[in-house]
Write a protein of this length. Structure first.
Lengths: 502, 153
């Protein structure tokens, strides 16, 4: 069995003493920052990203994966305990999770979230291991035109899944693409948009942008209104779900895993869609749909599983095509590039230990979450009671060190301040930052492939529609765009997002 | 006099997008556009700037005729102290060195909250500096000078 030997290789890499340690540190740090109210997985990873750069590539990515799961779990914890989801994917968890907490079932809700996530993570890890290698074979057939069309599809999907109006999300993608272009033109060596600052010749620092737009903007938003938080800590009941409760969550967990695994592969942020889809599905299937919104355990189990499965399978497009499916994957791709790894179909053949090591560490990260975080819930809850004004100076110090440590470039720190300001202004004007980050990462790739495709086709733009795969992807992108502009769909879409905001 | 309904947030958003597009368009002006066969460095950015401007106009126009949600409070104090913190770190990390630069960075950032009292702020900044120095400088071995040339006497 090739799969088993590959997984064996992966586990031997991931379970080395040092890598286990890094995975553990990642999970702990990720949860630590992730439970800070209002700070979602993306912001957490952006802030912790620089810490991993000092390590060798495999360890660094393993630690990053640990941070990712920890951050996600931390996000669910705040969603359940204080009704403050850091990210739209855990917004669904907050609906019923917080109601469970108010009824004194916070422990059960937290354990359900953790167990559901673990199960979904396990299944999805296997799916990644099974499907990623054959997909890389297809990916090797991709030419410049196909890559271009695929990226267009990914960007369009991220627009469709962003909060707020479609027009503004589109504007964010384009602004991201433009910011991504800053630096030296690869074909001619001409500096573009650098304002004569030579430090920006290599482009704007990706970490600076991510930390600024996600991390610092988030801190500023939290500083707007410093009110006391209502933490549901007084009555955390026993953690482990009882027998009947376990039976209640099996169905939602299984369905959530299925829904999440499929939607996670979609470019553009399938994991977010997954938790919505699972919630809607469970509500439809439930014998007591009236319980939803008032603390239905299925409303926690399903979306949490879907979310985690989707988060896992969204590694598939990243590892096979080098195309990030969501902002978190965009951060991962940034990390890989900084480590000197070119994400894409080459990774699996050229660096099998890295590829399989990451896959194995996904599962190990999930396991650590359950084993460590369930007993540590008390600690995380205590952390929620630490006043915010103590936390953010620490975060600011860490951000400054982190961003500086990437390139020892002082201008990156100025860029952080600028992007923090920009991110805050954008959020005040109700722009969604996720499409911006995706555009920023994809900008250079998109342009490169566009120009290459045009040269290959001798200037004939029909190359994008005469090549079947490329045409299919573009048709899909167009269909998505038409769909989100249709009046009925637009209305429905706004309803879904309002529901999750409520 | 009854004012016409208008979504101020979106109006500003639209204007901002147009301004950004104009800035990028202006910066593209000096770049070679090229042909669609051999695109010059200015081709793609020019197309994007145009699109961004168009979107800005659309967002701007759509802001009329409906009222939006108010923008809510603005974190003025937060911006005043949070944003300068990394800038200060950038300006002084080489000169003052890692340890003093970090101490002041944490101290500046801590002033962003009205709830922070002077003494706790000082204690927090000292703790952050000590722990970060232990982790990043001694633990991870980042190649920063702990005390910079400005403090050499």
């Amino acid at each position: 069995m090739e799969l088993l030997s590959n997984l064996g290789l992966g586990f031997s890499v991931a379970s080395s003493f040092a890598n286990l340690g890094f995975c553990l540190i990642g999970v702990l740090l990720g949860t630590l920052i992730g439970v800070l109210p209002g700070i979602g997985a993306t912001a957490t990873i952006a802030m912790l990203l620089p810490i991993t750069f000092q390590l060798e590539p495999v360890s660094s990515l393993i630690m990053l994966a640990g941070i990712y799961y920890g951050a996600q779990y931390g996000g669910s914890t705040t969603a359940i305990l204080i009704n403050m989801p850091g990210e739209s994917s855990s917004a669904v968890t907050a609906i019923d999770g917080y109601q469970m907490a108010r009824k004194g079932r916070a422990g059960t809700a937290l354990a359900t979230a953790a167990l559901g996530s673990f199960f979904a993570g396990t299944v999805a890890t296997f799916l990644v291991a099974i499907f990623a290698p054959p997909l890389t074979a297809i990916a090797l057939e991709f030419g410049a035109a196909e890559y271009f069309s695929l990226m267009v599809l990914g960007l369009v999907m991220s627009v469709a899944l962003a909060h707020g109006t479609v027009l503004k999300a589109l504007a964010m993608v384009i602004l991201g693409l433009l910011l991504g272009i800053v630096g030296t033109d690869i074909y001619t060596g001409t500096p573009r948009f650098t304002l004569g600052i030579t430090q920006f010749a290599d482009g704007l620092n990706f970490v600076a942008l991510a930390v600024g737009v996600f991390g610092i903007a988030e801190i500023l938003r939290n500083l707007e209104d410093e009110h006391e938080r209502q933490v549901m800590t007084r009555n955390i009941n026993r953690l482990f779900p009882s027998g009947p409760e376990l039976r209640q969550i099996i169905g939602p967990v299984l369905r959530g895993t299925g829904v999440g695994s499929v939607l996670g592969i979609l470019p553009g942020g399938g994991a977010i869609l997954a938790s919505f889809a699972s919630y809607t599905l469970e509500k439809k299937l439930s014998k007591h749909p009236e319980e939803f919104g008032h603390g239905a355990i299925a409303g926690v189990a399903g979306p949490e599983s879907a979310n985690n499965a989707g988060a896992q399978t969204s590694f598939i497009p990243l590892l096979t095509l080098g195309i990030p499916a969501n902002p978190v994957m965009a951060l991962m791709i940034g990390a890989m590039i900084i480590q000197g790894i070119v994400p894409g179909p080459g990774v699996v053949t050229e660096q099998p230990d890295l590829f399989w090591g990451i896959i194995a560490s996904m599962w190990i990260g999930n396991l650590m979450l359950v084993v460590l975080n369930l007993p540590l819930i008390g600690l995380w809850v205590k952390l929620l009671t630490v006043p915010y004004y103590v936390l953010f100076p620490i975060i600011m110090a860490m951000c400054s060190i982190g961003v500086y440590s990437v390139n020892s470039n002082v201008y990156d720190l100025f860029a952080v301040a600028f992007f923090g300001f920009l991110g805050y202004v954008l959020s005040k004007l109700r722009f969604e930052p996720a499409p911006l980050l995706l555009g920023f990462v994809l900008g250079p790739l998109l342009e490169e492939n566009l120009r290459r495709a045009m040269i290959l086709s001798r200037g004939d733009p029909t190359t994008f529609v005469t090549r079947p795969i490329s045409a299919g992807l573009l048709v899909l992108a167009l269909a998505v765009l038409v769909l989100v502009f249709l009046p009925q769909i637009r209305k429905r879409r706004e309803e879904v997002f309002t529901e999750s905001d409520g | 006099m009854a004012t016409k309904p208008r979504d101020d947030t979106d109006m500003i958003a639209g204007l901002l997008l147009m301004a950004a597009a104009a800035f990028f368009g202006w910066q593209t002006a000096g770049l070679e556009i090229g042909t669609s066969l051999r695109m010059g460095p200015g081709y793609f950015p020019m197309v994007l700037s145009g699109l961004l401007f168009l979107l800005g106009v659309l967002v701007f126009l759509k802001s009329f005729g409906r009222t939006g949600e108010p923008m809510g409070p603005v974190a003025w104090r937060g911006m005043l102290f949070i944003l300068p913190a990394p800038v200060f770190f950038g300006l002084t990390v080489r000169g003052l060195g890692f340890v003093p630069a970090l101490f002041f960075t944490a101290l500046i950032a801590s002033q962003a909250s009205a709830r922070m009292r002077p003494l706790p702020a000082l204690v927090l900044a000292v703790l952050v500096t000590i722990i970060s120095t232990l982790i990043f400088s001694y633990g991870l071995g980042l190649p920063f000078r702990r005390v910079g040339p400005w403090l050499d006497f």
